[in-house]
Design a protein around this ligand. Sequence first.
Ligand SMILES: Cc1cc2nc3c(=O)[nH]c(=O)nc-3n(C[C@H](O)[C@H](O)[C@H](O)COP(=O)(O)OP(=O)(O)OC[C@H]3O[C@@H](n4cnc5c(N)ncnc54)[C@H](O)[C@@H]3O)c2cc1C
Length: 450
Amino acid sequence: MSFLSAPKTQVSVGSNMAPRATDSSATGNPRNKTSLKPGRSLMDWIRLGQSGQDLTGVGGKMQRVTTEELAKHNKLTDAWTAIRGSQGKQDFSQNWVSRFFEVKRYEWLQSNASITIVVYTRWRHMRQENVIIDRQNKDLCITLLIEDHLYTLHQDLCDNIDSIEVNVKRPSGKVELILTKSEPGKQWASLGSPLSKHQTWISTVESDVVYRKWRLNEITNITHDTNLYKFEPPEGTIMRVPLGHHVHAQADVAGMQVSRSYTVVPPSLEQQTPKGCLYLMVKVYPNGALSSLFGKLKTGDELQLSNHEGKFLEESLDDVRSLILCAAGTGFTPMAGLIQHSLFTHPDPDRKICLLFFNKTERDIFWRDQLDMLAQNVTNFRVVYVLSEPHANWTGSKGRIREELLQDVIPSNDEKRLFCACGPSAFTNQAVEFAKGLGCDEDSIHAFVG
Ligand SMILES: Cc1cc2nc3c(=O)[nH]c(=O)nc-3n(C[C@H](O)[C@H](O)[C@H](O)COP(=O)(O)OP(=O)(O)OC[C@H]3O[C@@H](n4cnc5c(N)ncnc54)[C@H](O)[C@@H]3O)c2cc1C
């Protein structure tokens, strides 16, 4: 087992290097926070760092450390880590160390017919969608998206397999990958030999964005400027996208790599996304750097799409009695998934859903037929269209987002509610502020942002 977090064979111990309290200080990114032991604070680090105590354990001298030496310090009370090639002792932030050791190992076992790889992620929100598989013959790369980290297993397998099944146990977060042997009865001497990035555990902000070439299979027109695009993954890739999450699309624009985010949507408000494809609903701006390329795509073309990202947790819908969705323009895309999920995939007759949908004109409204049909036929679904530039004969709501519109749709506090907002940042910020003003607390608000 290697503990290096950077691909270097030698690491050094600095003479005045205090162990880090959090990995956020290593990355400069506040998202990677790790809690200190109870009773500890940043001041303890400062005092410790200035105490003159030999924190390196090597008498203040620079010391070259081999990976073999590093690997010996693998106890909770004697753990060395390599951070970007530099190494420090770590016993202060027990949680971080425990998590590192818990996740950064896997087991495998075999029966006559199959190989089972087991990873104990201990993340209660782990789901099948957080496991991405890329396989080319015996080259198997498994990427686990665990909270804001990527854990990768990459092996040249000992022998051929026919298929892979992924099971995730919740809330334990135990992941089982069952590989069906091509030759049942043949015993494997090992799982295989490690390939690049095998057993790496890296924060998503520090990792390179991974792109794959997806093939455009179908284009459906939605409005005068927006289409629905169905993509199929490259052969050997299995990637399903969690509710409300997005991918990056990347293309070469005038010699520069340009990428933009797009939320994954269901094929319609009634249908769940079938396995083995994903749908994007994209508004084409003729002068937009990337969306204009969507306007030129033809079926059969390939487009680079990334691993999925996002903060929305499906569990936040549990027991919600009132779901209020506030969307402007393409901010409708995450709401489409939430509506489909709440009415069809996991229908809950006790949940009321209200979509407050802001657009310029009537012709900009996505899936209006479907929304109207649902509003007519499903008692717990309601839609309110608000237009900023309506025709003279428009009798519905007019103008922009304002408190009074939200007041009508946010119910009183006596039932569990979830308020979701998505649109241009100014719109989303305003929607969130109004929702707070109307009594929604932080836990009952989700803003979809990039
Ligand atoms: C998390 C996330 C999810 C997203 N999901 C989707 C989605 O599902 N579908 C979708 O179509 N877009 C979505 N977007 C927006 C998308 O990422 C791009 O910003 C959009 O396609 C424009 O990119 P562009 O390169 O074509 O335009 P740019 O070259 O970046 O901009 C060119 C011009 O286009 C106009 N423009 C660009 N964006 C907007 C906008 N949002 N509103 C009004 N005018 C604009 C402006 O006039 C701008 O000057 C999402 C964004 C984020 C952050």
